[in-house]
Ligand binder design. Structure first.
Ligand code: AHR
Length: 488
């Protein structure tokens, strides 16, 4: 087994890892909201105010810090007033982006904010700039956050919510370069400035405004947008980048059956996230020292599972997805000086989901377990870390990250993307005398998934770590992800 040297320095703090980097995304798409998260109060599936109890419990376990809603492309055709008030009277609509199914609006603003309160997570709204009006968005903010007497606050009270909610994160438009209106950056920037002017801070609420940023490597969009949208207009811009194994949107590759070659292409495609962040960060910094980057859609996007509705984007999730999640979270940690939030697409039953449901059954995917194993990075400080690397198929296989929590413990997260080489890591720790180390490992044959027959093929298991005079050592087998919490 090859030994690699590594080191971390607890005295060398780099940046704060916002807990929102471990965030999620739920869209009215396929079975994400309906059947996935929300089943309605009359469902035989155990629920709290219509939200599945098993899903609430699973979200709480990973300390879900933020949830984006209602889209996605859906956000720019969503009219929030259709989703409030007596459910049987709510207006129906066609979900034109996702399968042309009828949306009955039974999950709306109150249901979403109640869920966020239950989860103790930040709501992140995607406002409709594509087909909505400035007044509609301004009214939504008033409805949610104003605690005095006003038409919107009174309507909220009439609908059963006395106290105003807090809303921090507000996106203004989604993929305005695509499904959100096919705009050019200059045109979107002007519209953004107009819309955000009327998104007012009421009753002590402070909005963190997010402008629609680029599609993947469209650096021109970032540049043109920021030429116009300055510090006083926006707190952050978004970035969307999906990992597509073949790189071809028309034939993306299957979730369960893939060759070694396709696997390594997937890893190489996901590693591109680092270059994207660095290059967009350079453009942002040319214009502003303050504006942050939010990767509010990321994850693997495969061909839909055979026999499922193509508009529902349902896909299985294997050990490959766990490796992709581990690599991306380590990249976001490494760039937490500029990346203040990231949202995996999507939370349940859609794309690289955390959870899959079928009737009353629910399964945690390998990706879910990475969020669980990585959660002690939330709200910690990134510290300097280094590890020697190996390569397979021309790509570096080791990804790692280290952080120091407020309670003085450190978290190390490692991933070995190689399909053939087992490694051993010998890690020096500076600035701390480790007394105890607890580790978990997620590993398995790369095509293995959890499903409704066996939901526990890939689950975290205890892993052996040896505390040495200088630090720690541990095995990092092929296709594995390891998290270690070290205390003194
Ligand atoms: O996550 C699925 C879709 O991908 C979103 O609706 C859209 O924003 C992106 O194109």
């Amino acid at each position: 087994m090859k030994k690699l040297k590594a080191a971390v320095n607890c005295m060398d703090k780099r940046s704060h890892i916002n807990r929102e980097i471990y965030g999620h995304f739920s869209e009215h798409l396929g079975r994400c909201i309906y059947k996935g998260i929300y089943v309605g109060e009359d469902s035989p599936i155990p629920n709290t105010k219509g939200v599945r109890n098993d899903v609430i419990k699973a979200f709480k376990e990973i300390k879900m810090p933020v949830l984006r809603w209602p889209g996605g492309c859906f956000a720019d055709e969503y009219h929030w007033m259709d989703g409030i008030g007596e459910k049987s009277l709510r207006k129906k609509m066609i979900n034109t982006h996702w399968g042309h199914v009828t949306e009955d609006n039974s999950f709306g603003t109150h249901e979403f904010f109640d869920l966020c309160e239950e989860l103790e997570c930040e709501p992140y709204l995607a406002g409709n700039l594509g087909s909505g009006t400035v007044k509609e968005l301004a009214d939504w903010i008033e409805y949610i956050t104003f605690d005095g007497d006003s038409p919107m606050a009174d309507l909220r009270r009439k609908n059963g919510r006395e106290k105003a909610w807090k809303l921090k994160y507000l996106g203004i438009g989604n993929e305005s370069w695509g499904c959100g209106g096919n705009m050019r950056p200059e045109y979107y920037a002007d519209l953004y400035r107009r819309y955000e002017t009327y998104c007012v801070n009421f009753s002590g609420n402070e909005l963190f405004k997010v402008a629609c940023g680029p599609n993947a490597n469209d650096y021109n969009w970032t540049d043109k947008l920021l030429e116009s949208v300055k510090d006083y207009h926006a707190n952050a811009i978004s970035l969307h980048y999906y990992t597509i194994p073949t790189g071809d949107w028309n034939k993306k590759g299957a979730a369960l059956s893939f060759s070694d070659e396709e696997y390594y292409k997937t890893i190489s495609s996901t590693l591109f996230m680092e270059e994207l962040i660095e290059k967009h960060a350079a453009v942002i910094r040319k214009h502003s020292d303050r504006i942050k980057l939010i990767v509010d859609e990321w994850g693997c996007w495969y061909d839909v599972e055979e026999g499922t509705n193509p508009g529902f984007l349902y896909q299985q999730n294997t050990m490959r997805d766990a490796v992709v999640a581990a690599i991306n979270l380590n990249i976001f940690n490494a760039h937490s000086d500029i990346v203040c939030m990231a949202n995996l697409a999507q939370a349940v039953n859609v794309l690289q989901a955390l959870l899959l449901t079928e009737g009353e059954k629910m399964v945690k995917t390998p990706t879910y377990h990475i969020f669980d194993m990585w959660k002690t990075h939330q709200d910690a400080d990134l510290i300097y870390s280094f590890c020697e690397n190996e390569s397979a198929d021309g790509i570096p296989v080791v990804s790692q990250s280290a952080s120091l929590s407020k309670n003085g413990s450190i978290t190390l997260t490692y991933c070995n993307a190689s399909l053939s080489e087992d490694l051993e890591i010998d890690c020096d720790i500076l600035g701390m005398k480790p007394l105890s180390a607890k580790a978990q490992i997620l590993t398995g044959e790369v095509h293995t998934c959890n499903d409704f027959e066996d939901g526990e093929r890939i689950i975290p298991r205890e892993h052996k770590v040896t505390v040495t005079g200088r630090g720690i050592s541990f095995a990092l087998p092929r296709c594995s992800c390891v998290s270690i919490v070290i205390s003194q």
